[in-house]
Design a protein. Structure first.
Length: 263
């Protein structure tokens, strides 16, 4: 497939997990990608790995919560890509805590990366898309925006905010030729899931993630590539009439009641 031929994409949090899977798939289908991330070594290694596969990829180190840094990073990406046709907002962190136990500074840090980062990326990318008269924005939300596990107050709040922001983007910029959608992954075999397992069950990560997978109707954990397929669809012209929507990639998790009937 070459549906992204001649198109440029920015993927935040693009150095690993779901973000890297999205970058690889869009690049495999003809696009040029710029990976945003705040850890230079893994980000550069990810971009280099894509280039070794014959794909067009560049790393730009940036803190997505920093206004001036993001403005400069988007302008640099625009020069590299020629046009910014796709924006995938994937960068996120998930420290655990309740409203009581989460310090104000940590709350601000989580909201800063997860929600402010999405706003800033959109804020600086939108002028480019408006001038072009086209663009596709895909924001990575979560099933935690729809129903919460315990001790994820700030994370769930940020992901719920992403859903509302996505709807606003769709309403405000649809006539400008810009579509915005959100993707809500469930339990995916990605670094954030392993971090969560280490926080909730230190030393029992493999068993814990297996149990989380078993709780989903499909009976397994998802793969980053399965989320990337949905992201690539939403970023492509095939999803030309999709905007302002939320797409669950959760193995059926949100379709099931938490009530087990006897066999």
């Amino acid at each position: 497939m070459s549906e992204f031929e001649g198109r440029g994409a920015i993927i935040t949090g693009g150095g690993r997990g779901i973000g890297l899977a999205c970058a690889r798939l869009i690049a495999q289908r003809g696009g040029s990608v710029v990976l945003f991330g705040n850890e230079a070594v893994p980000l550069e290694e990810a971009a280099a790995g894509l280039r070794e596969e014959g794909l067009k990829a560049t790393a730009v180190v940036v803190d997505v919560s920093d206004e001036r840094a993001m403005e400069a990073a988007v302008e640099r990406a625009a020069k590299i890509l020629g046009s910014i046709d796709v924006l995938v907002n994937n960068a996120a962190i998930q420290p655990y805590g309740t409203v009581e136990s989460t310090s104000p500074s940590n709350w601000d840090r989580i909201i800063g990366v997860n929600l402010r980062g999405v706003y800033l990326a959109c804020h600086f990318v939108l002028p480019h898309m408006v001038r072009q008269g086209r663009g596709a924005i895909v924001n990575m939300s979560s099933v935690q925006a729809l129903a919460n596990q315990a001790r994820v107050a700030a994370y769930a709040t940020s992901k719920g905010g992403i859903m509302a922001l996505t709807r606003s983007l769709a309403v405000d910029f649809g006539r400008a030729g810009i579509r915005a959608n959100a993707v809500c992954p469930g339990c995916i075999d990605a670094p954030m899931t392993w971090f969560s397992a280490s926080e909730t069950a230190p030393g029992r990560e493999v068993e814990t993630i297996r149990q989380w997978g078993n709780s989903q109707p499909l009976g397994r954990v998802g793969r980053p590539e399965e989320v990337a397929e949905v992201v690539a669809f939403l970023a492509s012209d095939r999803a030309g009439f999709c905007s302002g929507a939320e797409f669950k990639v959760d193995g059926g998790l949100m379709a099931a009641l938490g009530v087990a009937l006897p066999d």
